[in-house]
Write a protein that binds this ligand. Structure first.
Ligand SMILES: Nc1nc2c(c(=O)[nH]1)N[C@H]1C(S)=C(S)[C@@H](COP(=O)(O)OP(=O)(O)OC[C@H]3O[C@@H](n4cnc5c(=O)[nH]c(N)nc54)[C@H](O)[C@@H]3O)O[C@H]1N2
Ligand SMILES: Nc1nc2c(c(=O)[nH]1)N[C@H]1C(S)=C(S)[C@@H](COP(=O)(O)OP(=O)(O)OC[C@H]3O[C@@H](n4cnc5c(=O)[nH]c(N)nc54)[C@H](O)[C@@H]3O)O[C@H]1N2
Ligand code: SF4
Ligand SMILES: [Mo]
Length: 778
């Protein structure tokens, strides 16, 4: 095991500066301090410092938390951390949503007590009563409906045991996971099938000479974190070229050498035209293509059908620009990488866009070469099976997921690939094939097909919410179990891509403060349910967690393979460990490695593609084939996006963030704290809309009200807004207490959405035909 790069004493100059910051923060809270100049000993009785990792998204950035009198008074990053810094000897930081953990931890709007529904009303109960009731209802549900009709919707759970609980022990094979089902299914699955792996969408930024941010706003979605820092480092140290392909003029576009304002949903044509140039001008890696790939002829034919002039008509990008980017990318290869994630993956024709974009990597042979598309690896922490010393029966093992079992779903090709689709769940509830759900740090009501999802949640026999806030699900739940935040529990974080391109790593730490109010860490909640289930069912399999006295013991068992402990990770010196080193070009030693341009050899995909009416090789599939087409009635194309301040639907309730967000939009003077509708001044003028006006947005399936923000950053013909707001979101708990669906400013834009999706993976297609009109209010 190699240690982290921090100094031995841990007392770097920056640590002292940070301590100064903590003192200032404490002073602002009226704390009793000895010194005012920032030199106060942070080891004094009033302060303690805890090192751990952030969990506001799945990135696990290292954090240093200063606590005074049981209250978090400051949070900063950890220098040299794999995810929160640019590598050895560089400053570690947290992004705005990471910093917001402090607000969340002390937020009086959190759910403070366990609740169960009695006679239609949610009532506060003790933990013992809530867990006992949960076990009784789970047993009853299994008897009446079958556990296989229970859906696990767990998102960023800090503990890994939720799959053991819901799948193995309870016996439900169905899960809506965030990555494939609602985040970027086509990106992940195309990578997995083509040979680069589901998690290998992040290039080796720091060693790259040419980076394409393709439908990615890295400087916003990971502002201050490894990705953004890696890009900026490549520009500064290597003079790397940055290209952004995005219909919107984003922060990342602003920093780029080239911005290609592609028409939404036409990326598949752009990628094929780039291949056309690269193949025609013989700029591709012939050795790699010849010896390590499959299906090049089919790819060559598809690319030949998409000359730059034709792609220019489709994409709105000139043929000269297409040639320039294609040449720049291919000539810089293998030190050229494409960063791709959600922007090209949330549309009905995303599958082919993802396949065509991924194919460019194989064409120029940048696979697992410095500066190219790195095949990142996870550290080998022990699996549950390896650490569990008690045998148990896996109750889901021989159960067929409903989507594969019943003929009702034969119309969905996705059943061959992802097993279930977010947008299909309401239909499965209507058919009685899903009858209950656990939503754990997860809000499916913001992800798509929202009106149908609300009805589905209301129709289910059992809704269990494990959440920090009252949201559309917890307000409708039968049982609400209030969870602690990541500052109130022990955590273990691992990941793959990071600022150390040759190292696997682990991070983690102990709780910085005790759980606030009557909340509990998710480990305690899940093992608490297991304990009650053991008694209720008489089945000792549920006792398997009793072999660990605490979450820390369980984490240490998992860390055994890495030669470190949670105690070690909690110290300032070793908040992260670089545990194993791995090389580039690993595929050279792998006899089975093939980069597949054509997926004809993958039976499940070939079948899904045939049912969806598409081929197995790269091809151009126009927008509208599987998604909305604009019309006279709905002439504008809506897409949604994220803001640097908010982590999906997680932290919209924080007023400080709402204010920052309003200020950033220059609309903080208005008494409105919802999301904004961004539109081009030309589209606004023709509709009589002015900046700051309230507008009505309408699709064929829904409508809502937002405040308009006019900006040239959005192209005419397109409108966009940030998601996670409005009815059903956790923002509705503005006043402490439960709130209601109508209490909030802003709009859940997925009220405009029904069940449009990519047919292969079921990823919701969030490109919607709309029109916008003034409401007359302001
Ligand atoms: N602040 C913040 N940061 C986050 C998150 C968060 O919720 N908040 N979530 C995290 C998660 S889970 C993820 S998956 C990552 C995602 O990180 P990114 O994939 O970088 O996500 P976005 O920043 O939303 O960038 C998507 C971009 O795609 C563009 N786009 C929309 N439609 C199209 C299209 O048809 N073609 C092209 N080329 N572009 C299009 C949008 O304008 C937008 O700029 O962010 C992570 N970081
Ligand atoms: N409309 C639309 N929807 C999207 C996307 C999009 O671009 N547009 N992007 C998608 C992407 S990329 C992803 S990865 C998913 C992620 O989406 P989710 O997996 O749903 O994650 P969050 O929205 O971060 O968390 C949901 C809930 O967690 C609760 N929560 C906050 N803090 C805590 C806590 O400490 N403990 C617990 N137990 N609960 C907490 C909040 O109340 C919130 O309602 O969203 C997807 N949904
Ligand atoms: S990127 Fe931000 S929210 Fe995600 S783990 Fe890092 S600091 Fe936390
Ligand atoms: Mo995501």
């Amino acid at each position: 095991m190699s240690n982290s790069t921090q100094s031995e004493s841990g007392l770097t100059r920056r640590t002292l500066l940070k301590a100064g910051g903590a003192v200032a923060g404490a002073a602002a809270l009226g704390g009793c301090l000895g010194e005012e100049d920032g030199t106060t000993d942070v080891g004094s009785a009033e302060f303690s410092t805890a090192f751990s990792n952030c969990w506001m998204c799945s990135h696990n950035c290292g954090q240093e938390v200063t606590v005074m009198d049981g209250r978090v008074v400051n949070i900063t990053g950890v220098d040299g951390h794999p995810r929160g810094s640019a590598g050895p000897d560089t400053e570690g930081t947290l992004c705005p949503k990471g910093l917001a953990q402090q607000d969340k931890t002390h937020d009086p709007k959190r759910i403070k007590e366990p609740h169960i529904r009695r006679n239609g009303t949610l009532e506060k109960v003790s933990w013992d009563e809530a867990l006992q009731y949960t076990a009784e209802r789970l047993v009853q549900f299994d008897e009446e409906n079958g556990a296989e009709t229970f859906l696990d919707a767990t998102s960023w759970a800090e503990t890994s045991i939720f799959r053991t609980i819901w799948k193995d022990l309870y016996g439900s094979p169905e899960r809506i996971s965030r990555g494939i089902h609602v985040c970027a299914g086509p990106t992940f699955v195309a990578g997995g099938m083509m040979g680069t792996g589901t998690n290998n969408r992040i290039p080796d930024y720091q060693n790259s000479d040419y980076i394409i941010a393709w439908g990615r706003n890295i400087l916003n979605s990971f502002g201050g974190q490894f990705e953004a820092k890696g890009v900026l480092e490549a520009i500064e140290n290597r003079g790397a070229t940055l290209v952004t392909i995005d219909p919107n003029y984003t922060d990342t576009a602003e920093k780029s050498d080239h911005w290609l304002p592609v028409k939404p949903r036409t990326d598949g044509a752009l990628a094929l035209a780039m291949a056309n140039v690269i193949i025609e001008e013989e700029l591709y890696d012939e050795d790699f293509v010849e010896n390590f790939t499959h299906g090049f002829e089919a790819y060559r034919e598809a690319a030949a059908d998409m000359p730059p002039a034709e792609a220019a008509e489709i994409t709105g990008i000139s043929a000269d620009s297409i040639r320039e980017i294609a040449r720049g990318f291919a000539k810089a290869a293998p030190r050229a990488g494409i960063s791709v994630w959600t922007g090209t993956a949330q549309a009905g024709n995303s599958w082919k866009a993802s396949q065509n974009i991924t194919a460019l990597n194989g064409l120029v042979g940048n696979i697992d070469r410095p500066g190219g598309l790195r095949l990142w690896e996870y550290p080998s922490t022990a699996s549950f099976g390896q650490v569990c010393e008690q045998d148990y029966t896996n109750r889901a093992e021989f159960k067929t997921p409903a989507i594969n079992k019943y003929e009702e779903y034969e119309k969905y090709p996705l059943r061959h690939i992802t097993g279930i689709g977010h947008n299909v769940v309401p239909e499965m509830v209507e058919n009685g094939h899903i009858n209950g759900i656990v939503c754990h740090h997860d809000d499916p009501l913001k992800d798509g097909n929202t009106k149908a999802w609300i009805e589905a949640v209301e129709a289910m026999d059992l809704v269990l919410s494990i959440d920090a806030y009252w949201n559309g699900v917890s307000r409708r739940a039968d049982i609400v179990l209030p969870e602690s935040t990541s500052l109130e529990k022990d955590t273990l974080g691992t990941g793959n891509w990071s600022a150390y391109p040759r190292h696997k790593w682990v991070t983690g730490g102990k709780a910085a403060v005790d759980p606030r109010w009557n909340t509990r860490p998710d480990w305690d909640i899940l093992t608490g349910i297991a304990e009650k289930m053991a008694t209720e069912t008489g089945n000792d399999d549920w006792r398997i967690f009793e072999q660990w006295d605490s979450h820390e013991e369980f984490i240490n068992a998992k860390l055994g393979t890495c030669g470190t402990t949670l105690e070690d990770l909690s110290t300032g010196e070793n908040n992260y460990c670089l545990v194993e080193e791995y090389d580039y070009e690993k595929w050279k030693d792998d006899d089975h490695f093939t980069f597949r341009f054509d997926l004809d050899q993958i039976g499940s995909f070939a079948q899904a593609a045939e049912e969806a009416g598409m081929g197995t090789a790269p091809e151009w599939v126009p927008p509208g084939t599987y998604g909305d087409e604009m019309s006279d009635e709905y002439p504008l194309e809506f897409t949604d996006t994220r803001s640097v301040f908010f982590s999906h639907g997680s932290n919209q309730p924080h007023e400080r963030l709402q204010d920052h967000y309003a200020k950033r939009n220059g609309l903080n003077d208005a008494d409105y704290r919802g999301n904004y509708l961004y539109m081009n001044p030309k589209d606004a003028e023709s509709r009589g809309i002015e900046n700051g006006d309230m507008v009505s947005i309408e699709s064929a399936d829904g409508e809502g009200t937002l405040m308009a923000h006019l900006t040239e950053r959005v192209q005419p013909g397109f409108v966009t807004s940030e998601y996670g707001f409005g009815s059903t979101s956790s923002i509705t708990s503005r006043e402490s207490g439960r709130g209601s669906d109508d209490a909030a400013d802003g709009m859940n834009t997925m009220m405009l959405h029904t069940d449009q999706m990519d047919p292969i993976t079921g990823q919701p297609d969030r490109h919607i035909a709309v029109d916008v009109t003034p409401t007359g209010g302001d």
